[in-house]
Design a protein around this ligand. Structure first.
Ligand SMILES: *[C@@H]1O[C@H](CO)[C@@H](O)[C@H](O)[C@H]1NC(C)=O
Ligand SMILES: *[C@@H]1O[C@H](CO)[C@@H](O)[C@H](O)[C@H]1NC(C)=O
Ligand SMILES: *[C@@H]1O[C@H](CO)[C@@H](O)[C@H](O)[C@H]1NC(C)=O
Ligand SMILES: *[C@@H]1O[C@H](CO)[C@@H](O)[C@H](O)[C@H]1NC(C)=O
Length: 474
């Protein structure tokens, strides 16, 4: 009995202590929250812009599974200049959007929680050393759509956790050596649309110090005439759209999974273009202004390719029967290819040696091709997928889907054209000869005429005039 009572007392005491600690903790949280709130207000609703559209939107979200607090601040489209911003960011800030303002330099902001900073669409023309060094937790930095042309060495110092760096649509040209070296875990780098980047002359990896383990690199519209990247760098995605490349660069990382080489100056796709792309699963050869031919074996080495697109390469008019390798292998080999697009090209026909390959596809896009629907192409009707290919010739089925046009309309002239010519010519010759013969046949024969003229029955025959015996009776 006594022991039960003491147990009850102990448990009561325990509950009390527990309650007390909870209460204290709560008070502490409330106090901290009050401090944050004041600080947040100072940043989000500054005195100078109270009750105007220039105040930022601040929202609390609970990020991460542990329910840590995180503050997202959206100050986009506010016409802010650098001097308008408070440099110390509120506690718990996670992301700050300063896009579409009028910042002409990057303010040296300070926060040890900020993960994402968006400065796109401002008027920043240069970065100075240590520009981001007080943002020690930064993971993503978006600096696209400015006019950054000058970067001091050390511009990216103090960003050991940065994973994504966007420098697209700027004016990068001469860059200090080892510029990117402080970015130890950088995974994605976008330098697209820096039209003078070809002048930088430095090798990205050894010269500019890009993280060896970079996985995504974008170099669209950088006026590149050639490119060498280390073969053994573990790069996964590379975009080289809209450059001045005449061949697919021979030396690219072996690990590439996705390559976009669209809108470059290739005229033909050759076997050496794809020879080293042994791991590529997605290959984009779109919008090529000059590409006319895909030569035999041009795509024979890309065994693991899943997606291939020639979309909108408007000069492309020849796809070799053996573009995907010798006929023998295409008919037996199981390829990984699932999606193939020739949309908007000038291809008229496909050799039936491609049938086994096309039959495996889950997607084949033939929209807008001027297809020549003759007996060579009738196999296309048998494909299990809808290609949206339409006949352009012959004229009587123009515009009809290959699948809905009648099979017997896909006919070929069994004789070659010159044979028709020959037949017509010989017909003309024959009838000429016939007419000649008829004319000759109808014309009176000279011998016959003479005989008739002087023959016995002819009125012109010789007559003998006998004397009139009645008038001279002797
Ligand atoms: C952008 O900066 C340049 C100088 O770098 C200046 O001449 C120009 O007026 C600025 N534009 C805006 C919209 O502030
Ligand atoms: C960069 O590209 C421009 C435009 O194509 C060209 O005029 C210039 O010579 C190139 N510079 C280098 C160093 O390749
Ligand atoms: C493939 O890569 C190797 C190693 O970089 C290179 O020597 C070779 O020329 C490349 N082959 C072709 C056909 O480009
Ligand atoms: C299709 O390709 C094979 C093998 O290259 C070739 O012999 C044949 O003539 C081609 N057919 C047509 C209609 O071009």
């Amino acid at each position: 009995m006594a022991s039960l009572k003491s147990l009850q007392i102990v448990s009561g005491l325990l509950t009390f202590v527990l309650l007390l600690t909870q209460l204290l903790a709560h008070a502490h949280v409330v106090q901290a929250e009050n401090i944050d709130a004041a600080e947040t207000d100072r940043f989000c609703y500054p005195e100078s812009s109270k009750n105007t559209r220039r105040s930022c939107e601040c929202s609390n979200v609970s990020a991460s599974p542990w329910g840590n607090r995180a503050l997202r601040i959206d100050c986009s489209y506010k016409d802010y200049r650098s001097a308008d911003l408070s440099l110390v960011l509120p506690l718990y800030i996670d992301s700050l959007d300063l896009s579409w303002n009028a910042l002409d330099s990057v303010p040296i902001l300070s926060s040890d929680t900020l993960h994402q900073l968006n400065l796109r669409h401002n008027n920043v023309s240069q970065l100075v050393a240590g520009n981001f060094k007080l943002l020690t937790s930064l993971r993503e930095l978006y600096l696209g759509w400015n006019s950054i042309g000058r970067l001091e060495a050390g511009s990216f110092d103090g960003l050991p956790h940065l994973q994504v760096l966007d420098l697209a649509h700027n004016n990068l040209h001469l860059l200090p050596g080892q510029l990117f070296a402080p970015l130890l875990v950088l995974g994605t780098l976008d330098i697209s649309w820096n039209r003078r980047f070809n002048e930088s002359g430095e090798d990205l990896y050894t010269g500019l110090g890009v993280n060896w383990k970079l996985s995504t690199l974008r170099l669209d519209a950088c006026n590149l005439g050639d490119l060498h990247l280390p073969v053994n760098a573990p790069l996964k995605e590379l975009s080289l759209r809209r450059n001045q490349l005449k061949r697919i660069p021979a030396q690219l990382p072996e690990t590439l999974l996705r390559l976009d080489i669209s809108d470059n100056l290739l005229e033909e796709l050759l076997p050496e273009d794809t020879f080293n792309l042994t791991q590529v699963r997605q290959l984009f050869i779109e919008d090529m202004p000059l590409l006319q031919r895909v030569m035999s074996n041009a795509l024979a080495h890309v065994d693991v390719l899943e997606t291939l697109s020639f979309q909108n390469s408007r000069q492309l008019s020849h796809l070799d029967a053996e573009a995907f390798g010798p006929t023998m292998t295409t008919s037996t080999k199981k390829t990984a290819l699932r999606s193939l697009s020739f949309r908007g090209t000038m291809l008229r026909t496909f050799n039936s040696t491609l049938a086994p390959l096309f039959t495996q596809l889950a997607e084949l896009d033939l929209n807008g091709l001027p297809l020549q629907c003759d007996c060579e192409l009738v196999w296309l009707k048998q494909l299990p997928v809808e290609t949206n290919g339409r006949c352009y010739k012959p004229a009587r089925i123009r515009g009809m889907l290959v699948t809905s046009a009648r099979g017997d309309a896909f006919s070929c002239d069994t004789w070659p054209r010159w044979a028709y010519g020959l037949v017509v010519l010989s017909l003309i010759a024959l009838s000429a000869a016939g007419i000649y013969l008829i004319v000759m046949g109808l014309r009176p024969h000279r011998g016959v005429t003479m005989r008739r003229k002087v023959g016995a029955g002819s009125p012109y025959a010789r007559v003998t005039i006998e004397p009139n015996r009645q008038e001279n009776p002797h």
